[in-house]
Design a protein around this ligand. Structure first.
Ligand code: EPU
Length: 408
């Protein structure tokens, strides 16, 4: 199965287009609801956003022309449906001197404050205010500074890295997030003329430049989608190859799959996972990259429900990311939750049931459980899935799954 472009790499690249003084094309951007929503946000600001044929084996690109931006604002209506809207903050302040965005509230997986984004922008000299649920950020021109993040934050690192590209002087981001999506953004910014070093490590140095040009950027493969498809194979005792996947970005997941008894074959751009017999129960603990991704925790928990013993699944990134457990229990899974720890006692089989999706990755976990379960599973509220998986049902059907989209 061919893996799509990474949602969490495309969204920051779309935000980065606000920094440019010419159009930006993002090649390999999948057709996802979050990407459409981000496009709508940029259009509301005055950018022109369109999907174009990228001219390479039928690949598509999103083309953003930022030259008519007139409104540096992200309204509540959009931010409440997509928290990643916060990514416009850094670029808008850096390029236009001001931004006003609706402060995102909590979501299904946790409180998710943006204090680190705001602290960082303040350290770069911006003034922040809060009124009527909106954060206002202003700065005539940002100045380079050292920003130490209290915790690893992916979009926080991306926001500050983008803001710093046009600041006066040098910015050092310490305890920076090291995710491949951060590196993809840094690479695109460099191609636009930014001076950035250290991405992929926990210290990123950005020397400010006067302006950034447009350009065309390839997006990296979605390691979370790839992991989900490979787990679909593993949970059903199948044999799935993810084409285009970068195995070096998936070490933690592949190692856990291997410990669970799956056979892994990986080469650049290709990962194959095969499994037969009973699943071996293994423990997982989420942590920032290169640790086990929180975005694969729900899918892995579904897999562990069929393990041959006990599995401890610990979630250290988000405080409420076990919503899928209650739904999995309705299929016969044995899961005890205590704080951030789930004890999963493997059962020989799961039984199909009607289930409710609560967020993007929880939905994927329920689909995986449904593929392996005896009988029919119905997953409701699948709009969550469309936010981050491109044509999941047709990809799974072509791997042999019996899955169809029906009207709710
Ligand atoms: N945090 C703070 N203050 C901040 C920022 C973060 O307390 O100012 C906390 C969060 O509440 C959380 C932790 O720090 O407990 C890490 O959050 P992070 O900021 O890294 O998350 P994010 O940037 O909002 C991105 C992805 C998420 C993914 C997380 C963790 C994008 C657009 N989103 O979110 O993706 O789960 O990193 O890897 O990149 C998904 O795709 O399903 C998804 C939720």
């Amino acid at each position: 199965m061919r893996v799509s472009g990474a949602k969490n790499a495309v969204l920051p690249l779309m935000a980065a287009s606000l920094l440019a003084d010419a159009p930006v094309e993002i090649v390999g951007a999948p057709r996802l609801r979050d990407i459409a929503t981000f496009g709508k946000l940029l259009s509301l600001m005055g950018a022109s956003v369109e999907r174009i044929d990228a001219g390479e084996d039928g690949r598509e690109a999103v083309r953003i022309d930022p030259r008519e931006i007139r409104k540096a604002e992200a309204p509540y209506d959009l931010v409440k449906t997509m928290r990643a809207s916060v990514l416009v903050l850094g670029p808008l302040v850096a390029r236009y001197g001001r931004a006003r965005i609706s402060l995102p509230g909590g979501c299904a997986i946790g409180a998710r404050p943006i204090d680190q984004h705001l602290k960082g922008l303040e350290l770069l000299g911006a003034k922040t205010t809060l009124s009527e649920g909106y954060v206002g950020v202003e700065a005539a021109r940002l100045s380079g500074a050292t920003v130490y993040f209290d915790m690893k934050t992916v979009t926080g690192t991306e926001n500050l890295m983008m803001a710093a590209t046009l600041a006066k002087g040098t910015t050092v981001l310490k305890n920076a997030a090291q995710e491949p999506e951060v590196c993809c953004l840094a690479q695109a910014l460099r191609a636009m003329g930014a001076d950035i070093e250290g991405d992929g490590t926990d210290e990123i140095v950005v020397r400010g430049v006067a302006s950034l040009r447009g350009g065309r950027h390839d997006v990296i493969a979605d390691r979370i989608e790839a992991s989900t498809l490979l787990l679909a194979g593993a949970i059903t005792g199948g044999d799935v190859t993810a084409e285009g996947a970068d195995p070096s970005a998936m070490d933690a997941v592949l190692q856990k799959l291997s410990e669970s008894g799956a056979e892994i074959a990986a080469s650049p751009g290709l990962v194959r996972v095969r499994r037969e017999g009973r699943v071996r129960s293994v423990n997982v603990e989420t942590s920032p990259y290169p640790g086990f991704p929180t975005d694969v925790q729900a899918q892995f928990m579904a897999y562990m429900c069929l393990g041959d013993g006990f599995s401890i699944v610990r979630e250290t990134i988000f405080e409420n990311r076990f919503m899928h457990a209650a739904e999995l229990r309705r299929m016969g899974a044995k899961i005890d939750i205590s704080g951030n720890t789930a004890a999963v006692k493997g059962v020989p089989f799961l039984s199909g049931a009607p289930l409710m999706a609560t967020d993007l990755r929880a939905s994927a976990s329920l689909v995986l459980a449904g593929l392996a379960a005896k009988g029919t599973t119905e997953v409701l509220r699948i709009y969550h899935l469309d936010r981050g998986y491109e044509e999941l049902e047709s990809k799974l059907s072509s791997l042999g799954a019996e899955i169809a989209r029906v009207k709710e």
